[in-house]
Design a protein around this ligand. Structure first.
Ligand SMILES: O=C(O)CCC(=O)C(=O)O
Length: 298
């Protein structure tokens, strides 16, 4: 029986696709090395948690500490040469199959770490923006359309993303709640999650995942450097989720847009329009926003 991308993504919560050719991987490695020098090595060996990675790091700080770094590229100067990776035709076509038309990028980042890094980001769903007392089980119901796709596209073979397949469309099981130890955001670093599996990827292969999937970042000790393009999209045909607000629209100025390719510039214009329509992130996890006109559960 053959299944299409959308069925696989909706059932499993993630999907693996071949995106870059060998030549494209090599070309993007050159651009990546120009941004993040492969020569930088830290003498520091203290193991650090990566729990606050979403705040983002400065590229100039890469390698100062023995940990994984998370660089947000959109609105950052001097990152334009690699930005076309974030609107690669295979990526856009696949995300359109999953979400719908008129894609807008809201996250274009790099996950990077040197050989020897011990990386452990606790198990979580990407709901850190939602106060814990406002996280309702219906957010994970299959009836709710999650207008966001997150992607890891490594330029070097990697084995850092772990997932609990099919967990995006249901609340936590009792075993998962035990692993989360009372938190609705992150499980403690090192906690084992029932059903968690690694997602090994070849350079140039992407994993596309529903942000509501229970997932973590973990590599016991990196034997190759991590150089992964990390990105997020939503469809402008539907109201955005809380992930949309990761990008600071105040920094998307006319002068900044002038530095972008026509595709990204158009996406940034759509981003600003979408922000005008949906200015308030805190509405995005409310029942009426997700199920307008439908009686509330319970
Ligand atoms: O691939 C990784 O390191 C995990 C990324 C992750 O958990 C996230 O961005 O939410």
């Amino acid at each position: 029986m053959s299944t299409n991308n959308k069925d696989t993504f909706n059932t499993e919560g993630y999907l693996i696709v071949d995106v870059l050719t060998e030549k494209e991987v090599a070309d993007f490695r050159v651009l990546m090395d120009a941004l993040i020098s492969p020569e930088i090595r830290s003498s520091d060996t203290e193991i650090r948690s990566s729990s606050f990675q979403h705040l983002g790091d400065e590229i100039a700080d890469f390698g100062k500490e023995a940990r994984q770094y998370y660089f947000h590229l959109l609105t950052k100067p001097n990152t334009q040469p690699i930005l076309h990776a974030f609107h690669h035709p295979v990526i856009l076509k696949t995300v359109e199959e999953l979400l719908g038309p008129n894609l807008i990028i809201n996250n274009a980042s790099i996950l990077a770490a040197n050989v020897g890094t011990e990386y452990s980001l606790g198990w979580h769903r990407d709901i850190i923006q939602i106060p814990q007392n406002e996280i309702e089980d219906w957010l994970f119901s299959p009836e709710r359309f999650h207008n966001s796709v997150q992607i890891n596209l490594p330029l070097v073979d990697e084995n850092s993303l772990w997932v609990v397949p099919r967990s995006h469309h249901r609340p936590n099981t009792p075993g998962e709640n035990a692993a989360f130890r009372g938190s609705k955001h992150y499980a403690p670093v090192g906690a084992e999650m029932p059903g968690g599996i690694p997602v090994p990827l070849k350079a140039g292969q992407a994993v596309l995942y529903n942000n509501n999937l229970v997932h973590r970042g973990f590599t016991k000790k990196m034997t190759v450097p991590r150089r992964t393009l990390h990105m997020g999209y939503h469809s402008a045909a539907f109201p955005p989720t809380w992930h949309f607000y990761l990008l600071n629209s105040d920094l998307v100025t006319d002068a900044y847009k002038e530095t972008l390719s026509p595709t990204l510039r158009a996406m940034m214009d759509q981003y600003l329009e979408c922000k005008r329509q949906y200015p308030d992130m805190s509405q995005t996890w409310k029942w009426d926003y997700n199920f307008p006109g439908e009686p509330a559960l319970g």
